[in-house]
Design a protein around this ligand. Structure first.
Ligand SMILES: Cc1cc2nc3c(=O)[nH]c(=O)nc-3n(C[C@H](O)[C@H](O)[C@H](O)COP(=O)(O)O)c2cc1C
Ligand code: SF4
Length: 518
């Protein structure tokens, strides 16, 4: 019997040599006359162990990692005999970092072959759609609403309400748009699921389509994600061949067509109205709301626009019941969140868990502290518009409201860790600079305020009239927060003000603290 070996084709695994490992596996197997079958999966999300290679055994898949091509000869010895190996991690399912997770959305990621519709089905795929097809749109809406699912793109808006608005708006044509622009720093969950389990995104979008009466959909993917584009295109073609996309889905009366569009790389194109402009072929500039996209979205028609993870959560809800999903979490944050640990962290990767885990648990226990081994000083949660939290706030649970109560946001679930060498005035400057570069330019507080912010923070860092200039920064932040049209200008004050509030000692002339630390 052929030895079944699993190697991720995920971009992060490829970046650290997964393709070279596959080439070495094929070469050595041929040399030794070993019959093997290599299945390219997604990543399990344990980034520090990539490329992680798994081999099927009678007890389950045994994992090894991180594997380099030079490890392959000894790896074959170990895999053939199920014997010891320095890189052996044991049964993949039993690796503590994985076992501790609650994988509802990412249940199949790293396990299935993302190119195979049959494999997706064999692991429970398309059961959610089958159930949805047996229900009325109102019943589906009730499920999505009861699940408590909130948008995973950043704002945390209830998905059920958004879908209901589109369902209740009559029009001859409606659209489903998947926001896969994933611009937040330290985030990669959208990419991982598109590369590792693309059918779940398609299934979620298809359920949305039959619920609201949409017939056409687009997945807007950033150009920096070529592997995700390839995976989604392959999955769309396979879903069409399999009769679960296109005309008369699953033998029903519903039609739904889907295509991928590649964005040209602007952070603001992740903002929903700017994304719609870009999809329509124009420059990505934010539209004033109202009208909401749910009323007048793509090409002026009612449009559901959701993040990749929001759509990917839906098949589980339909298949397992809204209550099962809602049983996880805390407060108004129901279900699970695929959290992404990044930056200066020892164990970086994707950790899906129920809402409620504290920031301290995430950083110290799950993340294992910093990669450099130095003390953690600051953590930015929620992308470039998220606040910096010091250790004193590590008791904050991962929950939309708990973070908001401390002037933070969880956004798309990105967590970026910094050690004690970080200069927080520099980070505050970076937030303003980022806003200045990425601003769409439509409104003055953001376009001009961010540039003035950079200049003022520079003056503070040079020690020029520090107290006065700090007051100017605060004033600018208030103007941006309350006067900007969208959250790019409106939320840039969060990283800036949190840096000022929690790390005031960094705002002055010489970075004395850094000298002391060295
Ligand atoms: C500047 C800016 C960038 C954004 N980038 C993204 C993004 O990359 N992906 C995303 O899903 N949402 C992004 N959003 C949020 C979207 O505007 C929108 O809220 C989201 O796509 C709605 O989907 P959801 O309800 O499923 O979260 C961004 C918002 C702003 C203001
Ligand atoms: S806040 Fe910035 S990005 Fe948003 S609309 Fe105004 S100028 Fe454009």
């Amino acid at each position: 019997m052929k030895m079944r070996i699993f190697v991720p084709r995920d971009a992060a695994a490829i970046a650290v040599g997964a393709d070279e490992v596959v080439a070495a596996l094929e070469q050595i197997a041929e040399k030794r006359g070993l019959p093997i079958n290599i299945i390219r999966t997604g990543s399990r999300g344990l980034c520090w162990l990539e490329p992680m290679v798994e081999v099927a055994t009678l007890k389950g898949r045994v994992a090894y990692g991180p594997v380099s091509p030079t490890d392959v000869p000894s790896l074959f010895d170990a895999m053939s005999s199920n014997g010891p190996h320095p890189l052996r991690l044991g049964l993949a399912d039993q690796i503590p970092w994985l076992k501790r997770q609650t994988r509802l959305t990412f249940a199949r990621c790293g396990i299935v072959d993302p190119r195979s519709l049959d494999d997706y089905r064999a692991h429970g795929g398309y059961k959610g759609l089958a159930r949805a097809l047996s229900l009325s749109p109102d019943a589906i809406l009730a499920d999505v609403t009861t699940s408590g699912l909130r948008g995973r793109g950043g704002a945390g808006f209830p998905t059920g309400i958004k879908w209901k608005t589109v369902a209740q708006t009559s029009a001859e044509r409606k659209y489903i748009v998947c926001n896969a622009d994933e611009g937040d720093s330290g985030t990669f969950a959208d990419r991982m699921i598109m590369e590792g389990d693309p059918f779940v995104v398609i299934e979620g979008m298809t359920i949305a389509a039959i619920t609201v009466g949409a017939t056409r959909g687009y997945i807007y993917i950033r150009s920096e994600y070529p592997h995700a584009v390839e995976a989604m295109n392959a999955a769309i073609a396979a879903a069409k061949r399999g009769g679960v996309l296109g005309a008369r889905i699953g033998g029903s009366t519903h039609d739904f067509d889907l295509e991928v569009r590649v964005g040209a790389g602007a952070y603001v194109c992740g903002e929903e109205t700017s994304l719609l402009e870009s999809l329509e072929g124009r420059r990505g500039i934010v539209r004033a709301k109202p009208p909401l996209p749910a009323h007048k979205g793509l090409f002026g028609k009612p449009t559901v626009i959701n993040n990749v993870l929001s759509f990917a959560a839906v098949p589980f809800i339909l298949d397992n019941g809204a209550k099962t999903y809602a049983d996880f979490g805390m407060g108004r944050s129901r279900g699970t969140m695929p959290i992404q640990l990044a930056g200066n962290v020892r164990y970086g990767g994707l950790f899906e868990t129920a809402f409620g885990v504290t920031l301290g648990e995430l950083i110290d226990e799950i993340g294992g502290g910093t990669f450099t081994g130095r003390p953690v000083r600051a953590v930015q949660v929620g992308g470039p518009l998220g606040a910096y939290f010091p250790r004193a706030l590590f008791d904050t649970p991962f929950d939309y409201e708990a973070f908001a109560a401390r002037d933070g946001l969880i956004g798309h679930g990105g967590v970026v860790v910094f050690d004690d060498t970080v200069d927080m005035a520099k980070q505050a400057r970076f937030a303003m600079e980022f806003c200045a570069i990425e601003s769409c330019g439509k409104c003055t507080p953001c376009r001009i305020g961010s540039t003035r912010g950079v200049e003022t923070i520079d003056r503070i860092r040079r020690g020029e009239r520090v107290a006065e200039n700090l007051a100017v920064v605060e004033d600018l932040c208030n103007t941006m927060k309350f006067g900007s049209l969208c959250a790019l200008g409106g939320f840039t004050p969060y990283p800036v003000m949190s840096a000022l509030k929690h790390f005031k000692e960094d705002f002055g002339p010489a970075p004395t603290r850094l000298q002391a630390a060295e």
